[in-house]
Design a protein around this ligand. Structure first.
Ligand SMILES: *Cc1c(COP(=O)(O)O)cnc(C)c1O
Length: 240
């Protein structure tokens, strides 16, 4: 009984998020289907992921390599996204499991992704994580470093395809305050999208979470990463 209620709650929450997403898209003069909802499932058990997939979710986001490893076999076929900070020594565990890595923030990491992708004979889609607000506490690189890194990857990493940018806005009680930040990242995105190269194919601007995704969509996001608003508050003490 509890299980059914849980599944039902997840389904309703996804419907609700999809509705707000559609309204935000229309307000921004864009098409709902051009904005991808990635369900963020960190700390959640495989049953919750499967419930989300049954409710229409096609893309799952995890911020830890270990959680992808632990859940992978128990979850129905879905596209996995690594959205959290990635240590170079863990790339090998997920290189053949994820559809895209959102959190590339150093040349060293890009090189390791490239090396592992080459071993598996695949091309990995990545986003560069930018930190336009230049907060010390967050990973991601500054505006100036971003262009340098894009050039480096295009020249040296033949098994990486650059698909766009990702950012995490500083937390503000009032999400409207982060609009300026999102707009800055969108500006960078548009600038880099113009670089002509066969392995630069910008399609995703990954920004917006549970409490700020409407603002992010208004400012040009086309991929939102939503956890709490679908699955409820996280309990980090509970093991999966
Ligand atoms: C946890 C997480 C999210 C989702 O955050 P919610 O506030 O639960 O929606 C999005 N992106 C990243 C990188 C995360 O780690």
């Amino acid at each position: 009984m509890f299980n059914e209620e849980n599944r039902e709650r997840i389904r309703e929450n996804i419907q609700y998020i999809n509705q707000i997403k559609a309204e935000a898209a229309v307000k921004a003069g864009r098409r709902d289907e051009d904005i991808l909802l990635v369900a963020v499932t960190k700390t959640r058990p495989p049953e919750d992921l499967n419930a989300a997939i049954d409710a229409g979710i096609t893309d799952i986001g995890e911020n830890k390599v270990q959680e992808i490893m632990d859940k992978y076999e128990a979850v129905k076929p879905v596209r996995w996204h690594l959205i959290g900070h990635l240590q170079t020594n863990k790339v090998k565990y997920i290189i053949d499991k994820v559809a895209m890595i959102h959190s590339v923030d150093s040349i060293k990491l890009a090189e390791e992704i490239n090396r592992r992708a080459e071993q598996h004979n695949l091309t990995m889609d990545i986003l560069i994580q930018v930190n336009a607000a230049e907060e010390e506490s967050k990973f991601g690189i500054t505006t100036d470093e971003t262009e340098e890194m894009i050039r480096y990857i295009l020249e040296n990493c033949a098994n990486i395809r650059l698909r766009g940018l990702m950012c995490m806005a500083p937390f503000e009680e009032d999400p409207e305050k982060v609009g300026v930040f999102f707009a800055q990242v969108k500006e960078q995105y548009d600038r880099f999208a113009k670089i002509e190269h066969e392995r630069l194919d910008f399609k995703y601007l990954s920004m917006g979470m549970s409490h700020d995704f409407e603002v992010a969509i208004a400012e040009g996001s086309n991929l939102i990463r939503v956890g709490t608003a679908i699955f409820g508050a996280r309990n980090y003490n509970k093991t999966v």
